[in-house]
Design a protein around this ligand. Structure first.
Ligand code: GDP
Ligand code: MG
Length: 784
């Protein structure tokens, strides 16, 4: 039978894993190997995907993929003893098991010079606490950038108190067989950059799956220190780890820590610096039982590829295991000749025959057998896991059959309500008052100092009016990101992906795409960047060109401005209406994309569902600070330049004389060319066109430019009616994303896609606005 046929609560043992390529390797890496035990936890509210428990953690996969996994049902009670027996059988002494770790031989010590900058890579599974640890290690002296050539966020920083160090936070990975673009970044960083040491963060509450990556990191022949995280949770539940024994078995230092509670960090730092300085490589790299077929095969492959590995700079043991697995990337890099390829194939066939598994499964099995043995010897698992039980309780409601979707809507509604009506809006009012007071003070000072009229106008009508109006939206943006990061850190977004998968599949995407789309409501730039986590290229492209349809926070000032001027009584309603409208348009567009651009199926959906956790306040605050910094930088660079440029163009005529009536200015002249195009929408005024053009620089500057051009809010209502105002709202909802967003799309998909996106969204915005205006006018009798 297959995994698909089981009911909730039933358990089974894996017989074989079908499928092929990266997905199959991913299955194996996540621990779905022949012999592993799987329990069905629950089905998503709409029946698909299914949540299963394997190796003590939760994984979600689609029924279609579950069909690839052949299983035999087992009786849970009989299973326990069978499991014991299996383990007993596996506990034949490993050749090097228990050999004391010789971390560093004093006699031959050869430390790196003192002025050498020690580089560290922070590597671990997703949700193992990397970001939390990184923030602990670096404090606030960190630097955010991109990895060269790709747009994945790269965070570097020096360890507190050790200025001569640089530590890099890498995207989370489950194994060194990359599945998504982001994972490739992590693997390449470890293999190519050769950091002086690897800090491998391991979630101690989920130790089997986390150690799977550790095994592979040890093979890369870099100094490794294992940071055993979440120890507070493990010990809190009555579990424990024999650290000394684990250190001996693994042959590298192991440090128990709690990143969230700031425990063990000092010790981790001193170990990390020590192994890096003295180049203490792992003592152990050979993890297979001496008599196993995998053991001899890996050695045979090692001999076969020894020279090629040396010349390409790949660590030998690592390359041998990967070659045996059949990893394309490594095989290409090794560039074996035909003779060597034949020999390798011969070895692969032999290991398959002897072990009864295919080579990739045999290697995965070797690693997991070793891990089981290690865990049996050094880890006492908690009998009851409080966090797991709590998670299950919460999940019964949040992903319940009937409650999941309604609660999702309520939660998102609450987030928007709190952001736009309560917290964000409250803070905004405060900030606005501050800015106003400051403007008045400056105005008085300027008048008192008898400053030249042009400069006076530049400072007050240009800079203060423009930048000030944008600055007041800082609180809303920050609060929005605060909520999004809460949802993400707590583990809820993974659940949203779980129960939305079936719906997203209908429009041709997988549940994973929900993350970038939700972030898109914050800002398109990080949303586009976060698509890097999507394993399929097709899904990634489609998600990227859909995210600009999610209304970003930068458009909020536009909405707020027009709602304030035209619809003050129904603001809250119109705000929701705009968001709903953008989602509907997004869905329709997705259908079009699916039919025209991206035929075929969405990628398989295999995702971990972590326990719910209280997000750490520190990390959240740090994120808010970063977002605030981004926003301020933007306000004082792009937006400042845009407003000053617009102020200049509208204050002078073509002979650079100061104009009294801005309709004779340079700006009026330029916009006059484009204005006729906007005339059918009722938006033919040159000032409106100008503001929309400047919105291409940054959406916030639409408002700042309108303020500069029209003065107070009253000015604009003389030019626009309510219908036109509504049309303008729809137009700005849909038309081209800002330069920053386009730049990030260009980095992901190239300039052709991004240029096409600009044109396409402008055309679409025009058509939709036009139809909207026609309908409204027809309904209200405005046409006749
Ligand atoms: P990343 O995905 O690896 O970057 O993991 P994060 O740093 O975002 O952490 C994931 C979750 O685990 C967050 O909610 C953290 O607050 C939480 N967390 C991290 N370290 C610890 C720890 O030592 N103990 C506990 N109880 N929670 C932690
Ligand atoms: Mg993280």
């Amino acid at each position: 039978m297959t995994l698909r046929e089981l009911k909730a609560g039933q358990s089974c043992r894996v017989e074989s894993v079908g499928g092929e390529g990266a997905l199959r390797q991913h299955f194996l890496d996540m621990g779905i190997i022949p012999g592993a035990e799987i329990t069905i936890v629950k089905f998503a509210p709409m029946g698909d995907p299914v949540e299963v428990r394997i190796h003590g953690y939760e994984l979600s996969l689609r029924l279609d993929d579950a069909e690839q996994i052949a299983v035999t049902e087992i009786d849970k009670k009989a299973e326990d003893t069978a499991d014991e027996k299996r383990r007993d059988k596996a506990s034949v002494a490993h050749p090097n098991l228990g050999e004391p770790g010789i971390h560093h031989d004093k006699k031959h010590e050869n430390p790196l010079p003192d002025d050498h900058v020690l580089s560290f890579a922070l590597v671990g599974n997703q949700n193992s606490g990397k970001t939390t640890l990184f923030n602990r290690l670096t404090g606030s002296n960190q630097h955010v950038g991109n990895f060269p050539g790709v747009t994945v966020d790269r965070k570097d920083g020096a360890i507190i108190g050790h200025p001569n160090t640089v530590i890099t936070d890498l995207p989370g990975i489950y194994s060194m067989s990359p599945y998504s673009k982001e994972e490739i970044v992590s693997r390449d960083f470890v293999l190519d950059n050769k950091p002086d040491a690897i800090i491998n963060i391991v979630d101690s509450t989920n130790i089997e799956r986390n150690l799977y990556l550790t095994m592979q990191l040890l093979e890369t022949d870099r100094p490794v220190v294992v940071a055993l995280n979440m120890m507070d949770e493990l010990t809190g539940n009555g579990g424990s780890v024999d650290i000394n024994l684990m250190e001996q078995i693994l042959g590298v230092p192991v440090v128990p820590i709690s990143a969230a509670k700031n425990q063990g960090i000092g010790e981790l730092i001193s170990h990390a610096i020590h192994i890096a300085k003295y180049c203490e490589k792992p003592v152990e790299q050979d993890f297979c039982a001496a008599d196993s077929p995998v053991h001899s095969s890996i050695h045979a492959v090692e001999h076969l590829i020894e020279e090629k590995a040396k010349s390409t700079g790949l660590p030998l043991r690592f390359a041998a295991c990967k070659a045996l697995e059949g990893d394309e990337l490594i095989l290409n890099q090794l560039d074996l000749d035909d003779n060597e390829k034949d020999l390798l194939e011969h070895i692969r066939v032999k290991v398959g025959k002897k072990s009864g598994l295919d080579p990739a499964a045999a290697v995965a099995d070797m690693r997991f057998s070793y891990i089981m043995q290690l865990v049996k010897e050094c880890v006492t698992k908690p009998v009851r896991n409080k966090e797991r039980i709590r998670s299950e309780r919460v999940d019964r409601v949040l992903t319940g059959k009937f409650s999941a979707i309604p609660l999702f809507i309520v939660i998102m509604g609450l987030v928007f309500f709190l952001t736009f009506n309560v917290i964000g809006a409250g803070l905004q009012t405060l900030l606005e008052m501050g800015i106003e007071a400051l403007t008045e003070l400056t105005e008085k000072a300027l008048t008192a100092a008898n400053v030249n009229d042009v400069i006076h106008s530049l400072i007050i009508d240009g800079i203060f009016e423009g930048v000030g109006s944008v600055l007041s939206f800082l609180p809303i943006v920050v609060v929005m990101f605060f909520f999004l990061s809460l949802l993400e850190d707590s583990g809820y977004i993974a659940r949203i992906a779980f129960f939305m998968d079936k719906i997203l599949r209908k429009i041709g995407l997988s549940g994973r795409s929900i993350v970038p789309l939700l972030i898109g409501f914050g800002c398109t730039v990080p949303a586009v960047m976060s698509t890097r986590t999507l394993p399929s290229d097709r899904d990634r492209k489609m998600t990227i060109i859909l995210t600009p349809f999610m209304s970003c926070t930068a458009k909020l000032p536009i909405y707020a401005f027009f709602i304030g001027a035209f619809f003050p009584k129904h603001g809250w309603l119109i705000m929701i209406g705009l968001y709903v409208f953008s989602i509907i348009v997004g869905i329709l567009i997705a259908f079009v994309y699916k039919k025209v651009l991206f035929k075929g199926e969405a990628a398989p959906f295999v995702m971990e569902l972590p326990n719910y956790r209280l997000p750490s306040l520190r990390s959240t605050l740090q994120l808010m600070w970063e977002k605030a910094k981004d926003f301020l930088q933007k306000a004082f660079s792009v937006i400042l330049i845009a407003t000053v440029a617009v102020w200049f163009l509208q204050s002078f005529d073509t002979r650079f004389n100061l104009v009294t009536d801005s309709s004779t200015s340079i700006m009026a002249l330029i916009s006059g060319f484009i204005a006729p195009v906007m005339k059918p929408l009722g938006l033919g005024d040159w000032r409106i066109t100008t503001s929309l053009i400047s919105g291409f620089m940054a959406k916030e500057s639409v408002v700042s430019v309108l303020e500069v051009l029209f003065g107070a809010e009253g000015g604009i209502s003389a030019v626009l009616g309510t219908v036109e105002a509504a049309t303008l709202l729809i137009f700005s909802l849909l038309y081209t994303p800002c330069v920053a967003a386009i730049a990030s799309v260009k980095r992901e998909l190239g300039w052709k896609w991004s240029a096409a996106l600009v044109v396409w969204q402008c055309v679409l915005a025009w058509i939709v606005s036009f139809i909207f205006r026609l309908i409204v006018l027809a309904c209200t009798g405005g046409l006749v």
